[in-house]
Design a protein around this ligand. Structure first.
Ligand SMILES: [Zn+2]
Ligand SMILES: [Zn+2]
Length: 255
């Protein structure tokens, strides 16, 4: 995947993406930290592209496929881990996310199970609230709270080139196809991963909020990054048709 935008580089590991955001002074920030046992891979990728560790690890949310390498990497690099305060309980072992919606269709649960970590991630002592210190940490970037997939889910937006990192607010590959994403398929917009989305009304409101923004590049947690002038229109279409295309049948009554 590599270059997503002039100062954003992506690495796809298995079915999930992590991103490196470079700043004008040469510092950089790692966004998300993938599945278990990927810390070595992320570190080698970082060392290949950068001569110094990142200034921080920023998490879009606390699901295991976005955070698992964070404890080891933050320890090795001696950097803080930023997340929205509403994700803190899930990042300190205090609380567990609601059970996945196994009725959402497809066989992804069983496909994912070998990757499940044995216990919850514990980042106690390393967490910093994402809303604070952002202008210093990632100059030019704005944190957008996009709850629904999880309570403290956040997206990141860079106005200068209209780049949007959306985490799991929505995907550019069908969640059922995560494992085949390398096989050519027309990139298109899909809802958030259904198995792990807890509040569909909030998830819809978040996509509506993102669709109101001026966007030229979208980089999701799952799927290929997309660029183009029709992206905004596609995003508005996803928001308008959210109930029909994103919400699983067994959760329609909640929206
Ligand atoms: Zn997630
Ligand atoms: Zn995810």
């Amino acid at each position: 995947m590599d270059a997503v935008a002039p100062n954003v580089r992506g690495l796809r590991i298995a079915f999930v993406n992590v991103f490196a955001v470079t700043h004008a002074d040469g510092s950089w920030t790692l966004v998300d930290a993938a599945v278990p046992f990927t810390d070595g891979m992320i570190r080698r990728w970082a060392e290949h592209h950068f001569t110094r560790p990142p200034n921080a690890i920023v998490l879009t949310h606390g699901h295991f496929d976005h955070v698992s390498a964070a404890p080891s990497l933050s320890e090795t690099w001696k950097v803080p881990v930023y997340a929205h305060a509403l994700e803190f309980p899930y990042l300190t072992g205090e609380r567990e996310y609601p059970a996945p919606n196994v009725g959402a269709g497809g066989g992804m649960m069983s496909l994912l199970s070998p990757l499940y970590p044995k216990g919850p991630v514990n980042l106690t002592g390393r967490l910093v609230e994402l809303s604070t210190g952002m202008s210093q940490l990632m100059p030019g970037w704005e944190v957008i709270h996009t709850p629904g997939h999880t309570p403290g889910h956040c997206s990141l937006y860079q106005a200068s080139d209209r780049t949007l990192l959306v985490g799991d607010a929505f995907c550019t590959t069908k969640p059922e196809s995560f494992f085949e994403a390398s096989i050519a398929q027309a990139p298109e917009l899909h809802g958030p991963p259904a198995y792990f989305t807890s509040d569909w009304a909030a998830a819809q409101a978040s996509v509506e909020r993102l669709s109101a923004m001026d966007v030229a590049v979208v980089a999701p947690g799952h799927g290929k990054p997309l660029a183009g002038e029709d992206l905004g229109a596609e995003l508005r279409l996803l928001a308008a048709r959210f109930r029909a295309v994103a919400v699983p049948e067994n959760r329609l009554s909640s929206v």
